[in-house]
Design a protein around this ligand. Structure first.
Ligand code: ATP
Ligand code: MG
Length: 722
């Protein structure tokens, strides 16, 4: 195989095929490219059969890209390599083996909305107030547990305090409900695969023998469960190649554990370690800026990263009066550059999705095409969710979560009381709603309702039969027709119903694309549904052309000629939530490093004097990350001289620092002042940002890491100082 285009270190990495290998290297140094070539090399030069090679990527899109690139390098067989995300791999493994764990092979995968409704149901049954117990925090709690492989039982045993105990109990209920529904959430996909491997050694062995050569890209962002999974799979052959960059670890909030990569050599003492130090992506000015910024992190091993590319144009700083002005400035520059670059070469990166609106508005007004990543909103729409629920029920009739959604949609006269009776019956007998309907004659449901329910089940049985020999598009059409769903929308003929019909039509483009690539079989619907469930943040990218808009998180691994980073203000980026926590701040700085290193030729750094966000107007200081970029790299220098930022200072408001002097003492004698780090029994860690009122009604404004800003009575809030 021709490796002449690779540098010496890259060649060594490609040729080191046996034994554990760690490739630790900075952004744009060709890590992903090395992985691709290594896979091709194994097949072409070492005659390793494609099916014995596993390559794990961070997104489905990256998996597709890797497969295409490998295909271009080899004669044939690329289709048989396992290139996929962790989740997609686990779906495939579980599909053939999950029965060992008592689930049905036709299991469903829950989306976040489904998870929410399960949690809400549990809260209701336990007479707990949804306002007091935010389902999102509970889902987060459960996810954290699963990512660290803690089952409900262990969680309960280790629980400390009321809330921990309660959430552990909810976790237990949640897991039971999912089990009864043969439903898995995203984190289950990994956790249950590990459980399967622990329980059925034969199955594990089969996959160990299958995956003789294992590759993991973006290893710095694996969580504990994923780490464990890789370890189990690699245990027999130990041909495990992981690549990553500890400076690009940005998914701690999803459980990513940077120690996985840092401790690789402890796990595999015989590991070869290769460093790649040449960056092929970015011009020197861009790289210098990125290196300068990341150099401010203390918890890192310094590493060299150089480029042979010339300096390139300096970075451009943009200052606007408002978020709208920022949008206009971005557009002005996009138009300026459009003679030299195509829209596809440009991307706008922001910290949170909420910032996209202003940029979108400006682009729309100027008629510039754009594509949004993470624009998953489409699948959240009511009619799409309804249709998906039908498909899920057809696939897995025992999926109560989806069944409940469609039982009376479109309206067919099945009231909430009837549904309650069916569920009640299920609670006593373990039957799903679908099964309970089969017994509905005997459970105190009116004759009239029984007939309707039976009709519904008949229709679903019928559709299930059809699903075995129809394409997904044909099945979708049958569902929309048989249920009367489309008919109803057509009769309604309102602006809204017309837009719903359009969305359903848009959904058919999705199914048609899928049908083009998949043959009709028993597996078809399952494959379609799991593909849909696995669509991740980064896969919202549509293939049509335009300027790309996405969060910095979603930009990982990608590259563009021109990058705009917007919203470079204290409180926006770094985000307010993390500003006062050194560890979190370092993670945020790594995110800046990821964003900067996406750029090949040009980099625009934008901030606004004030901006409207979440319905409020804010004026924030320039981001400290801007100040960390050496002035000489920026066109005309930095526009105003960098202000030193004292750590823990609250000068996020341009109108001057808040007073720090006021100290109050609560009933139990603890004194607090602005800037203090505190721990709240329920909300966890936070930092005091303001003190209000007098005497007994003294209040503290506290910025909590998990729940944001809260105003609490100083005397009553269960706070301890940290
Ligand atoms: P990231 O950390 O951002 O994921 P990476 O280390 O995975 O980056 P790649 O995406 O593999 O880097 O490579 C960055 C760019 O450099 C790509 O466009 C790639 O094709 C190019 N590249 C890598 N190695 C070489 C080389 N030896 N010669 C020419 N171009 C190269
Ligand atoms: Mg990469």
């Amino acid at each position: 195989m021709d490796l002449s285009l690779m540098n010496e270190e890259q060649k060594r990495a490609i040729r080191t095929t046996e034994g554990p290998l760690l490739i630790m290297a900075g952004a744009g140094s060709g890590k992903t490219r090395v992985l691709t070539h290594r896979v091709a090399y194994l097949m072409e030069e070492k005659d390793v059969p494609a099916r014995n090679i596993l390559a794990i990527t961070f997104t489905n899109k990256a998996a597709r890209e890797m497969r295409d690139r490998v295909a271009a390098l080899i004669r044939d067989g690329a289709a048989d390599i396992w290139v996929s995300t962790f989740h997609a791999m686990c779906v495939r493994i579980l599909r053939s083996n999950i029965n060992y764990l008592g689930y049905e092979n036709s299991f469903s995968i829950l989306d976040p909305t489904d998870q929410r409704s399960v949690v809400k149901d549990i809260l209701k049954r336990r007479n707990l107030d949804v306002k007091q117990h935010n389902p999102r925090s509970i889902i987060g709690f459960i996810s954290d547990k699963k990512n660290t492989l803690i089952r409900p039982k262990q969680s309960a045993e280790e629980a400390e305090g009321y809330l921990d105990t309660l959430y552990s109990e909810i976790y237990h209920d949640y897991q039971q409900i999912l089990y009864r529904n043969s439903a898995l959430d995203f984190d289950d996909l990994i956790m249950l695969t590990i459980e399967l491997f622990e329980k059925e050694k034969k199955v594990l062995e089969r996959y160990q023998n299958l995956f003789q050569y294992i590759h993991v890209d973006e290893y710095q962002d694996t969580n504990h469960a994923q780490y464990q999974l890789v370890r189990m799979l690699a245990e027999k052959y130990r041909n495990i190649c992981v690549v990553g960059d500890s400076d690009q670890s940005i998914y701690k909030f999803r459980g990513a554990d940077i120690t996985n990569i840092l401790n690789f050599e402890d796990d595999y003492p015989e590991a070869a370690v290769i460093k790649l130090e040449q960056n092929y992506r970015s011009s020197r000015n861009i790289l210098d800026a990125a290196n300068a910024v990341i150099g401010n992190n203390t918890e890192r091993k310094p590493k060299a990263l150089r480029t042979d590319r010339d300096g390139g144009p300096k970075l451009t700083s943009i200052v606007s009066d408002s978020e709208r002005g920022e949008g206009q400035e971005v557009v002005r520059n996009v138009l300026d550059l459009s003679s030299k670059y195509s829209y596809d070469d440009m991307a706008v990166l922001y910290r949170t999705n909420a910032q996209s609106r202003a940029i979108e508005d400006a682009l729309v007004k100027s008629n510039i095409p754009y594509k949004m990543v993470g624009g998953m909103k489409f699948y959240d729409r009511m009619e799409i969710k309804d249709l998906m629920s039908y498909l899920k029920v057809i696939q897995n009739p025992n999926d109560d979560i989806s069944f409940e959604r469609i039982i009376n949609v479109p309206k067919r006269g099945i009231g909430p009381k009837t549904v309650d009776k069916l569920k009640e019956h299920g609670r006593h007998t373990g039957a799903s709603i679908y099964e309970a309907i089969g017994e509905s004659d005997f459970i105190g449901i009116s004759k009239n309702a029984v007939v309707k329910l039976m009709n519904l089940n008949d229709m679903l049985d019928n559709l299930k039969q059809k699903s075995k020999y129809m394409s997904v598009t044909e099945l979708v059409d049958e569902v929309l027709a048989d249920t009367g769903y489309l008919d109803l929308l057509e009769k309604e003929n309102s602006l809204e119903s017309r837009s719903r019909i359009e969305n359903l039509e848009e959904f058919r483009t999705v199914t048609r694309e899928f049908d083009k690539e998949n043959e009709v079989s028993d597996e078809l619907l399952f494959t379609f549904l799991s593909d849909m469930a696995l669509v991740s943040d980064q896969d919202g990218v549509e293939e049509d052309s335009g300027v790309t808009l996405m969060t910095m998180h979603a930009s990982k691994g990608l590259e563009f000629k021109v990058i705009f980073i917007v919203g470079l203000e204290e409180g926006i980026f770094p985000s307010r939530r993390v500003m006062f926590d050194d560890k979190e701040l370092e993670e945020e700085r790594r995110l800046m490093y990821v964003a900067l290193t996406r750029a090949e030729d040009m980099l625009f750094l934008s901030r606004a004097d004030s901006r409207m966000i979440y319905g409020k107007t804010e004026s924030n200081k320039r981001s400290r990350f801007l100040s960390e970029i050496p002035e000489e790299l920026v066109l005309g220098g930095q526009e105003d001289s960098p202000q030193p930022i004292a750590s823990g200072s609250f000068q996020m408001n341009r109108r001057g620092p808040k007073k720090r002097s006021r100290v109050i003492t609560n009933n139990s004698g603890t004194s607090f002042t602005v800037g203090d780090k505190v721990e709240h029994r329920k909300f966890g860690e936070g930092i005091i940002s303001g003190i209000k009122g007098e005497g007994d009604s003294q209040e503290l404004d506290i910025i909590f890491t998990t729940v944001g800003v809260k105003r609490l009575l100083a005397n009553f809030a269960p706070l301890t100082k940290k």
